[in-house]
Design a protein around this ligand. Sequence first.
Ligand code: AMP
Length: 294
Amino acid sequence: MTAPVVVTTRAQLDQHLAPARRAGERVALVPTMGALHEGHASLLRVAREHVGDGPVVVSIFVNPTQFGAGEDLDRYPRTLAADLELCEKEGVDVVLHPEVAEMYPHGTGSDDGVMVRPGPLAKELEGRTRKGHFRGVLTVVAKLFGTVRPDVAVFGQKDYQQLVLVRRMVEDLCLGVEVVGAPTQREPDGLALSSRNAYLDPEQRQQATALSRTLYAAVEAAEYGPGPALDAARAVLRESDGVDLDYLELRTPTLGPLPDDVPPGTEARILVAARVGSTRLIDNLPITLGTDPS
Ligand code: AMP
């Protein structure tokens, strides 16, 4: 394997992508904040499947505008050397690792430049506690799309609301990028891989399994309908120490509200967010609902 080229500016990136563009190859982008793990690696493999011999570009950028006051921007793990090793192992062609000033030439304040307004879904679920989060996410994704001009971009279903909102942005702003959602990679005990798992001490790491156990309990009970599915999930949460629930919700696959009466076989999404110690964790699963017997 050859090491990926690391670039910090759009001009350098253009230079490296020019031959592939001239040859008519497809370009893939996988946006990340670094601290790469097997979840990210799986996205890189999905990206490769979509472009064949075309270039796979990974961006590593801890985006300040998606962190709220008091969130973990300063302590977010930064592990560039290990990230580059993982990228090399996965056959990544180019790593884009820009400075904040390259991405935000007019500053990162909420009134400093043009930003994307993400619409009403951004105020729900994650947006209820993380005000302005999706405005920051969609703004940086739009900038990355403009910088890399990918044909296809791969996002994890782990951040499901983000995936849905990116799809909406591409549609509403006519960005012409194919958005692929890749399945969540998990530890053997079910915990979704996350860069933030590094914050958990051994006891919290054990407690954190409550999120995925909650979701799987709902999936198991889902044949009896949405009510029993949520009851089963809540029963797991009640028995879980150290887990401070933020939300547990059943939604449509595009995160709209579920109708009161769901026909058997309705595809839905169950989403959970909770704090374990001071670490906020999220998880979600697809779920097929049966009919509520009540
Ligand atoms: P992050 O670096 O945490 O911003 O994540 C970068 C991308 O990796 C996002 O599209 C995430 O949804 C995705 N991702 C994070 N964790 C996982 C996981 N456990 N499985 C699959 N994708 C993931």
